[in-house]
Design a protein around this ligand. Structure first.
Ligand code: 6GU
Length: 273
């Protein structure tokens, strides 16, 4: 996969050379190109932003540096034999970044990230490139960052670990919270390793039993209880048919009730911290 990032803070992307993403790059699974947007400015002050039309606070990133830089990045990528570019614009007003979107992006051969600082990029830049290539505007959560660079790191890490040959063991994604399948929409429960006792704290007996069926059941119960506590929205949006008898008992104990439309619901006042 080819990765281009256009930014006014190239140093902010240094972590792309570290850890799992860095290893993927070193192994040739990722071909990373970071571009300093200011190199596509031609005035003395290397201006990348200006005041918003219509007034209001903050500054807006200008069309010309983005257009010239993106044109050059696209041309260089095509020249190097890349194809199928997708532009990813991190913004709090984008669609939510989910595991499903991470999987979709991991199947693309070429991602071009356009993280903005200030109040965002002049709308015409996204509109212009959307006539040529797919443009995904993506938010990593309901909070506001000072710029999209940290979101690029988040998205890149979520995507890179899905690339074939990047995680040592293909099984490692199987139980990911949010991965499709048996444990879909369940958060992962607690995990333990040696030593068997630490500061007087032991390991849940069942994990030492060697009984695979009981262990799987226990893991599901833990995941289920954790999800009901921390992410009631995930329980609420799941059809009750996906829950087995034991799941329903767990929900009942935690104060959840079946609804006529085949889901589960918990009175808001039953929510604990
Ligand atoms: Cl992708 N960018 C910025 N600036 N803030 C955010 C975000 C992205 N996602 C959530 N907040």
């Amino acid at each position: 996969m080819r990765l281009d990032v256009v930014t006014i803070f190239p140093e902010y992307l240094a972590p792309l050379n570290v850890s799992l993403v860095g290893k993927a790059a070193a192994r040739g699974r990722l071909d990373v190109h970071v571009h300093d947007l200011r190199e596509w400015t031609y005035d003395r002050h290397n201006t990348v932003d200006d005041t918003p039309y219509g007034g209001g606070p903050g500054m807006v990133m200008k069309t010309e540096p983005w257009g010239d830089c993106l044109d050059d990045a696209l041309a260089a990528g095509y020249e190097a034999g890349a194809h199928g570019p997708v532009m990813v614009v991190p913004t709090p007003s984008g669609r939510p970044f989910t595991q499903e979107l991470a999987v979709e992006l991991s199947e693309k051969p070429w991602l071009i990230f356009a993280p903005a600082r200030y109040e965002g990029i002049d709308r015409r830049v996204m509109d212009e490139y959307a006539t040529r290539i797919p443009v995904y505007e993506v938010s990593i959560g309901d909070y506001v960052l000072a710029g999209g660079e940290a979101a690029v790191l988040v998205i890149t890490e979520a995507v890179a670990r899905l690339l074939p040959g990047v995680l040592g063991n293909a099984e490692s994604h199987r139980d990911d919270s949010f991965a499709p399948g048996e444990m879909a929409n369940l958060l992962e429960g607690p995990v333990y390793t040696k030593p068997p006792e630490w500061r007087g704290r032991g390991i849940p007996e069942v994990l030492l039993s060697g009984h695979h069926g009981k262990i799987a059941r226990w893991r599901r119960d833990q995941a289920f209880a954790r999800t009901a506590q921390h992410r009631p929205d995930l329980i609420e949006r799941t059809e009750a048919a996906a829950f087995d008898k034991k799941d329903r008992e767990t929900l009942s104990i935690l104060g959840w009730q079946p609804t006529p439309d085949g889901r589960f619901w918990r009175r808001p006042e039953a929510v604990e911290e």
